[in-house]
Write a protein that binds this ligand. Structure first.
Ligand SMILES: C[C@](O)(C(=O)O)[C@H](CC(=O)O)C(=O)O
Ligand SMILES: [Mg+2]
Length: 307
């Protein structure tokens, strides 16, 4: 009932523990689907995933904006906090470019700690940024990228808060330059690496060989690479995989279909089988527990035909 009991400090420890047990150390790859909303974080947990990813693109798109750095730290920390506190799983949030200069990056990390996140990633694009799988990105120089990561690492008050460095350099200056940057970012204090827009598994393998920290793979649909399976990724030494926009795209796809259905047939009847039932929705929000606490809140039975 209400919020799950696992504390943010415990979630950060859990994140450290599961990442230490990645393919790099002979363990299994960890899966972090992108939570679209707080309730979707509950679904992700119920389905047995390892953690929750909170996408900057989804936060922006949900507000009706493109993913070009229009969202503010306050908006992102607030939304990420709402999602993170609804699950016992560790949640990692996309902090884009860190919302400003290195001093702002430091504040970003502290706000995200206070919002209950287990970690965040900070990228080396200029603001206005764009999706990492698009062309014509602008990347900051190495010195600036290093300063962002150093500021982030120094600002955290919980040493287990995970600072992940993302580099977008692959699509601009090629793999070798990107790998060099990743090494520099690890030296600057990054706990994990997000190599953006890798073209194939061989590129992940090159990253794996170059750095000795957990490596993330971004399996976003309609991106620069094929959608690799967990077996393929773990065989290439990838420790964690995110599906950042998958639930948003799936939900919006379903919304579009039902709206077309109502428009065409004057009723949603033909789409009902695709929907989460009333019963299932109530399970997800734990209606029964609230009922047991106070029978005045909820005291009717769901008819069998709706279950
Ligand atoms: C991972 C990402 O940064 C995000 O915000 O989810 C995006 C995902 C996308 O646009 O598909 C990205 O830049 O890859
Ligand atoms: Mg993003």
């Amino acid at each position: 009932m209400l919020y799950p009991s696992t504390s943010p400090a415990q979630k950060r420890l859990d994140l450290r523990r599961i990442l230490a047990d990645g393919p790099r150390n002979g363990g299994t790859i960890k899966q972090f689907p992108g939570a679209y909303t707080p309730i979707s974080a509950k679904l992700i947990e119920e389905k047995g995933y390892d953690g929750v990813y909170i996408s900057g693109a989804v936060i922006a798109n949900e507000l009706g904006f493109p993913d070009i750095g229009l969202t503010t730290l306050t908006e992102v920390a607030h939304r990420a906090g709402q999602i993170a506190r609804m699950t016992n799983l560790p949640a990692i949030v996309d902090a884009d470019t860190g919302f400003g200069e290195p001093m702002n990056v430091a504040r970003t990390v502290q706000e995200l700690e206070d919002a209950g996140l287990a970690g965040c990633h900070i990228e080396d694009q200029f603001n206005p940024k764009r999706c990492g799988h698009l062309d014509n990105k602008n990347i900051v120089d190495e010195d600036t990228a290093i300063k962002r990561i150093r500021a982030a690492a120094q600002a955290r008050r919980d040493e287990n808060f995970l600072i992940m460095a993302r580099t977008d350099l692959r699509g601009v200056d090629g793999l070798d330059a990107a790998v060099d940057r990743m090494k520099a970012l690890v030296d600057a204090g990054a706990d994990a690496i997000f190599p953006e827009a890798m073209k194939d598994l061989g590129e992940f393998e090159a990253v794996r060989e170059a750095v000795d920290v957990p490596v993330l793979a971004n399996m976003t649909e309609f991106g620069k690479s094929r959608l690799y399976t967990t077996d393929e990724l773990s065989g290439s030494g990838v420790d964690m995989v995110i599906y950042p926009v998958t639930l948003l795209r799936s939900s919006l796809g379903a919304m579009e279909r039902v709206l077309d259905d109502i428009g065409a047939h004057g009723t949603q009847e033909a789409s009902v089988d695709e929907m989460l039932t009333r019963q299932r929705l109530y399970e997800l929000v734990d209606y029964e527990a609230y009922n047991a606490f106070d029978t005045g809140i909820f005291n009717f039975e769901v008819p069998e035909r709706f279950q």
